[in-house]
Design a protein around this ligand. Structure first.
Ligand SMILES: [Zn+2]
Length: 114
């Protein structure tokens, strides 16, 4: 399960950040999640709840997910557009020479611990 792997990775990072700062309890983690990251937020929350119960430092820790809109750029005309709405085809000129600017990120933005 993809989401569980991500959760373990986030928990490791959060625990390390807390420990490095002499803190023992992580209360909240804020995560930036790209629209086309392939991660399902609901599944991520379920995996989070499950995994946090097994980690004393993470008990009751909240996961806040900030979904980030995906954007692509057209190499033919330079237009930036929403990836989810138009996919690989540029809405301005119809070119398929486009690439993703952002939207695949799975990144910790903030960790709150004490
Ligand atoms: Zn274009």
């Amino acid at each position: 399960m993809h989401e569980l792997g991500i959760v373990f990775y986030i928990i490791d990072d959060a625990k390390k950040a807390a420990t490095d700062n002499g803190l023992t309890s992580v209360r909240r983690v804020t995560l930036d999640l790209g629209e086309v990251s392939g991660v399902v937020p609901d599944l991520l929350q379920d995996a989070w709840t499950w995994a946090c119960r097994r980690e004393p430092m993470m008990e009751g820790c909240e996961l806040e997910v900030c979904e980030m809109e995906a954007a692509s750029v057209c190499e033919a005309c330079g237009t930036e557009y929403g990836t989810v709405a138009y996919g690989r085809i540029c809405p301005a000129c119809g070119s398929e020479r486009t690439h993703l600017l952002h939207g695949r990120e799975v990144m910790i933005r903030e960790i709150e611990a004490y």
